[in-house]
Write a protein that binds this ligand. Structure first.
Ligand code: ATP
Ligand code: MG
Length: 375
């Protein structure tokens, strides 16, 4: 059995039932997705899973605070102790503590009384010492309505909210380090992601697919990727800006066009927001000035969970969630559309002045422009 704990703070009435049901459904589906069966039960603020799935799966299910492989026992103290005796017989330890949590308050003994009683038995049979501060072995007992669970290990889950509970987000993914981390953080807060990638080449697209495979291991279902051609998106803009001698505006228009198109797609999907991996001031296109101009592309919320993180912090999360190595696996050759001196302090008035002309449909052949920008 696996006993699963989740945060109950802020979970009241209907919300709580909804949260628990979603979490249970996600656990079931995530286990099924990895090829295992499960039987799941909810009692007293705990979820009990019976499954052969590897333990690590629970570290990838959002909403789980911690989990323990556990033995089920009755509410009888002698029986509880018998189970404990079997459980710890083979374990090597000098010091121990008993940590009881009584989730069912109707139980006749207090947690303290149970700790003392079971502690006495362990001292009597094993001649070990109690250490409340740093025991070699921590024996946990959780008392539920009609049974108890006993365990010696407690692993951290990822926390957060059950996958998908907040609704759909269209996530812009580029194949770099940042957008997979942003995806993870949005999923952790209950977003259901569909990905959108503006393709520049096959190699990067392959990398994006590999990244989505990794990100998907944190979700109870497979996640869709929509691919559009980055050159098609920017065709008119690049030619027009070139002829206006305003190529320095490329990044701002690129981002504006990405968001504008993303909004159309998002509305079609019933998504409520767009997600990006932008972090304030990280690169030329991500100054506050530029972001505020680019953002007029859409009325939809654009969620940027990395906005206040610096590169080191983002990389640490990327390593932790397993996307870092894939993100850096193909360097690519940077953005093929990047101008010599991208504008960093876009003015909204100037942008609006340029906009109509810059976005105007253009019949011109654009291969020469792009040939120049190939690496
Ligand atoms: P990343 O590491 O995610 O590539 P970055 O630091 O390289 O981010 P930019 O290239 O400026 O930053 O991109 C910022 C964000 O814009 C990305 O995190 C992503 O959400 C989105 N984005 C950039 N390029 C693409 C693309 N080709 N397709 C889809 N989204 C993109
Ligand atoms: Mg990028």
């Amino acid at each position: 059995m696996i006993i699963i704990r989740y945060d109950e703070i802020g979970l009241k009435g209907k919300n709580r039932i909804y949260f628990e049901n979603e979490l249970i459904e996600n656990i079931k589906n995530q286990i099924k997705k990895s090829g295992y069966e499960s039987h799941i039960e909810r009692i007293r603020g705990r979820i009990i899973v019976d499954s052969q799935a590897p333990l690590t799966i629970y570290s990838k299910i959002f909403g789980i605070r911690s989990y323990s492989p556990a033995i089920e026992s009755s509410l009888d103290l002698d029986e509880i102790y018998n189970s404990i005796r079997n459980l710890i017989a083979e374990k090597k330890f000098k010091t121990f503590r008993i940590s009881t949590q009584r989730l069912w308050k109707g139980y006749e003994k207090t947690s303290m009384e149970i700790n003392e009683k079971i502690g006495e038995f362990v001292i009597r049979d094993f001649s070990k010492k109690v250490d409340l501060e740093k025991p070699d072995l921590n024996i946990g007992i959780e008392i539920l309505n009609d049974r108890s669970y006993i365990f010696t290990e407690k692993y951290q889950g990822p926390g957060g909210l059950p996958y998908g509970i907040e609704g759909k987000i269209l996530m812009l993914i580029s194949g770099g380090i940042d957008s997979p981390v942003a995806s993870y953080l949005l999923m952790k807060r209950g977003a259901d992601l569909t990905f959108l990638h503006y393709k520049t080449n096959d190699e990067i697209l392959k990398k994006v697919k590999n990244l989505i495979n990794i990100i998907e291991s944190y979700a109870p279902k497979s996640l869709d990727l929509i691919v559009e051609d980055h050159r098609d998106l920017l065709k008119n803009v690049i030619i027009n800006l070139e002829s206006m001698r305003e190529r320095k505006w490329t990044c701002v228009f690129c981002r504006y066009s990405m968001l504008k198109r993303a909004e159309e797609i998002a509305r079609g999907l019933g998504a409520l927001a767009i997600g990006t991996g932008e972090s304030l001031g990280q690169v030329a296109s991500q100054t506050l000035n530029n972001i505020s101009v680019e953002n007029i592309a859409t009325n939809m919320p654009v969620l940027r969970p990395l906005i206040g993180l610096d590169k080191i912090e983002i990389e640490n999360i990327a390593r932790k969630i397993g996307t870092f190595n894939t993100s850096i696996s193909i360097k690519g050759c940077g953005c093929p559309f990047l101008p010599m001196h991208p504008i960093t302090s876009a003015s909204i008035e100037k942008f609006i002045k340029l906009r109509d002309k810059a976005l105007k449909p253009n019949e011109k052949e654009y291969s020469e422009v792009f040939e120049k920008n190939r690496c």
